[in-house]
Design a protein around this ligand. Structure first.
Ligand SMILES: C[S@@+](CC[C@H](N)C(=O)[O-])C[C@H]1O[C@@H](n2cnc3c(N)ncnc32)[C@H](O)[C@@H]1O
Length: 521
C-alpha cells in the first residue's frame, strides 16, 4: 500500500517538533549517497525549466544538486502532478548524489514542508505584498521550504537557510526574485514569534480552526474528525499525522520467526523490536533501509505498516481455503493471507489495473507463495465472473481517501476534499454489494480501508448490514490480537467485530477493519 519507509535519518535533525515530544523524521528512502547519478539531476532539470540558467549551446557542467534543490524539485513535482510524495522523493534521491546526511535533510524538508503547509502559507502571506497566489510554483515552494527551516528546525542556522534560498533563487530566476526571497525570509525571521503557528492558533475563534492552525490541517478535515471522535482525539490524530511514521516489516512465518528477523536485522546494523500492535510485525528503531536487506530479498519479510498487518490476521484464513482478495495490488495482504494459510489452498488476487498483476506475482514469488493466482478485473464485476457462494473468505481492501496514512503521504491533507470522500464512499458501496454474494454460507467477508472517515467505514458497514440481513458482524478475532488492541485503548468494552484504529493509538496507520459472517440458512 504505502511505499517502503525505511531507515533512520542520518542527520538526526533535532527540530522544534522534537522539543514538543515528536521524533525526528526517518529517512524515507534508501541512502542515496552510494548511488551514481543517472540521467538529469534534480538541479539540471530545474535550471532548464527556469528558462536559461545555461544557454542551449553552452557545455553542461553538472554541479551536484544540494539537499535543498532536491527537496525543491520534489515539492514542485508533487504539487504539479498531484503525485505521491514517497514515490517522488525516493526517485529524486536515487538520482541525486547526496550524502546520507543530505538525503536525510532533503527528506525532512519535503515531508516537513508538505505537513506544515497551512502554517507556512499563513506566515508567508503576511509578508507577501501581493499575496502568494501569483508566485511561480518553484518560488512558492522555495519560500515554503525555507520558512519551514526558520519556523520548525532548530539545528539549521537561520542565516544558512536564508543564504541557501537566495542562492537557489539567483541560480533559477532573475535578481528581482532573489531580492524578494531575501526580503521575505529576513522579515519572517524578525517576526518569527508573531507568525508562529501557536500564535495563530491562539487567536482562532473556532476549535476546528485552532487545531487546524496549530497542526496545519484543512479546517474542514479537523471539523469532520471532531464530529467523529471529539475535540481531544481530533487534536491527537492531527499531531500523530505530523510525527515520523514507523518503519516496519511483516515476518513471513513460513521462512522466519520474529526473533530470527530481529537478529538478521541487527547483523545489518538495524536495531528492531517486536511490534506492539501486530503479532507478525517488527519495527525498526535505528539503522538503514529495510528493503535493502538480505531478509527482504530472500522473502523472509515484507515491508508493511503494522495496522495493515492486522487485516489478514483478523480475517483468520486457514489452510485449504478458497480466498478472494478483490483489490489486491501490490499484494501486501494477499501474501499475508497466503502465509497464514501455510501456502495451502487458493488465493485469487484481483486488481483493476492490468500492470499491477505483475506486482502481486513478484511479491508472491519473492515470498515463495505458490497458492496465489493474480488476475485482472473490476471488483464490481467479480460477482458475475465467479460462481455465487464459492469462496470461504472474501477480502475487500477497498480503495479509499487514504486519510489514515497522512503521516506517510502528507500531501493527502491538501489534495482530498469532502466531495472526494462522497465519491469514494459510493464506489466502496458498489464494490461491497458486488462481492457479497460470492461468500459461502458461514464464510467471511472482510472489509478494510486505510482511512479514518466514518462515511467510508462504520457508516458504510452499518448500511451494508441493513441491506444484507444475511450478514452479521463477527467478533471472533485472534485473542492475542484483541489483547494488544485493548491494551492500547483501540478496543474498549465489548468487541463487536469492527475496529477503527486511529493513527494516535500506536503511531501506525489509521485503518478500519470489519469482519462479517454470512449466516447459514
Ligand atoms: C488499498 S489498495 C489495495 C492494497 C492491497 N490490498 C495491499 O494490501 O497491498 C486498493 C487497490 O484497489 C485497486 N482498485 C481500485 N478500484 C478497483 C476496482 N474497481 N476493482 C478492483 N481493484 C480496484 C487499486 O488499483 C489499488 O491497488
Amino acid at each position: 500500500m504505502s511505499g517502503p519507509t525505511e531507515g533512520n535519518n542520518g542527520s538526526a535533525l533535532r527540530n522544534k517538533a522534537k522539543r514538543q515530544g515528536e521524533q525526528p523524521r526517518q529517512q524515507n528512502a534508501s541512502p542515496a549517497g552510494t548511488k551514481k547519478r543517472a540521467g538529469h539531476t534534480a538541479q539540471s532539470a530545474g535550471a532548464k525549466k527556469a528558462g536559461g540558467a545555461q544557454s542551449a549551446a553552452a557545455p553542461r557542467v553538472q554541479r551536484p544538486a544540494t539537499a535543498r534543490e532536491v527537496a525543491l524539485e520534489a515539492l514542485v513535482k508533487i504539487e504539479r502532478e498531484e503525485a505521491f510524495s514517497n514515490l517522488v522523493l525516493n526517485s529524486a534521491l536515487q538520482h541525486a548524489e547526496l550524502s546520507r546526511a543530505d538525503a536525510g535533510l532533503a527528506t525532512e524538508l519535503v515531508y516537513g514542508t508538505l505537513q506544515r503547509r497551512l502554517s507556512l502559507d499563513h506566515a508567508l502571506s503576511a509578508l507577501a505584498a501581493k499575496g502568494l497566489g501569483k508566485l511561480e510554483p518553484w518560488v512558492l515552494q522555495l519560500l515554503r521550504l525555507s520558512a519551514y527551516q526558520l519556523l520548525f528546525l532548530d539545528r539549521i542556522p537561520a542565516h544558512a537557510a536564508v543564504n541557501e534560498a537566495v542562492a537557489i533563487a539567483k541560480r533559477r530566476g532573475h535578481s528581482g526574485i532573489s531580492g524578494m526571497v531575501n526580503g521575505m525570509l529576513r522579515n519572517l525571521l524578525r517576526r518569527r514569534d508573531e507568525l508562529a503557528p501557536e500564535a495563530a492558533a491562539e487567536s482562532a475563534a473556532r476549535p476546528a480552526l485552532r487545531i487546524a492552525l496549530r497542526h496545519s490541517y484543512p479546517e474542514w478535515l479537523v471539523a469532520r474528525w471532531i464530529a467523529a471522535y471529539g475535540e481531544a482525539a481530533a487534536e491527537q490524530i492531527c499531531a500523530a499525522g505530523n510525527a515520523p511514521p514507523h518503519a516496519s516489516i511483516r515476518v513471513n512465518r513460513l521462512r522466519a520467526t520474529r526473533e530470527e528477523a530481529i537478529a538478521i536485522l541487527a547483523e545489518s546494523g538495524i536495531e528492531a523490536a517486536k511490534s506492539a500492535v501486530s503479532p507478525a510485525g517488527v519495527v525498526a528503531q535505528r539503522g538503514g533501509s529495510l528493503a535493502d536487506t538480505i531478509g527482504f530479498r530472500d522473502g523472509r519479510w515484507t515491508i508493511q505498516d503494522e495496522s495493515s498487518m492486522l487485516v489478514a490476521q483478523a480475517a483468520r484464513p486457514a489452510a485449504g481455503m478458497t480466498v478472494l482478495d478483490c483489490c489486491a495490488a501490490p499484494g501486501g495482504k494477499t501474501t499475508h493471507l497466503a502465509e497464514l494459510m501455510g501456502n495451502e489452498g487458493r488465493v485469487i488476487a484481483n486488481d483493476v489495473h492490468p500492470h499491477k498483476q505483475a506486482l502481486i506475482e513478484q511479491q508472491a514469488e519473492r515470498l515463495g507463495l505458490t497458492c496465489v493466482e493474480a488476475v485482472t478485473g473490476d471488483a464490481a464485476e467479480l460477482g458475475e465472473r465467479y460462481s455465487s457462494e464459492s469462496f470461504d473468505l472474501v477480502l475487500l481492501d477497498a480503495p479509499c481517501s487514504g486519510l489514515g496514512v497522512i503521516a506517510r503521504k502528507p500531501e493527502i491533507k491538501w489534495t482530498k476534499s469532502e466531495g472526494d470522500i462522497r465519491e469514494i464512499a459510493a464506489i466502496q458501496k458498489k464494490l461491497i454489494n458486488g462481492v457479497a454474494g460470492l461468500v459461502k454460507p458461514d464464510g467471511r467477508l472482510v472489509y478494510s480501508t486505510c482511512t479514518i472517515d466514518r462515511d467510508e467505514n462504520d457508516r458504510q458497514i452499518s448500511q451494508f448490514l441493513k441491506d444484507h440481513p444475511e450478514y452479521t458482524l463477527d467478533a471472533e478475532w485472534p485473542a492475542e490480537l484483541l489483547e494488544s488492541l485493548r491494551s492500547a485503548g483501540a478496543v474498549q468494552g465489548e468487541f463487536t467485530g469492527a475496529l477503527q484504529l486511529l493513527p494516535n493509538h500506536f503511531g501506525s496507520d489509521g485503518f478500519y477493519i470489519a469482519t462479517l459472517r454470512k449466516r447459514t440458512v
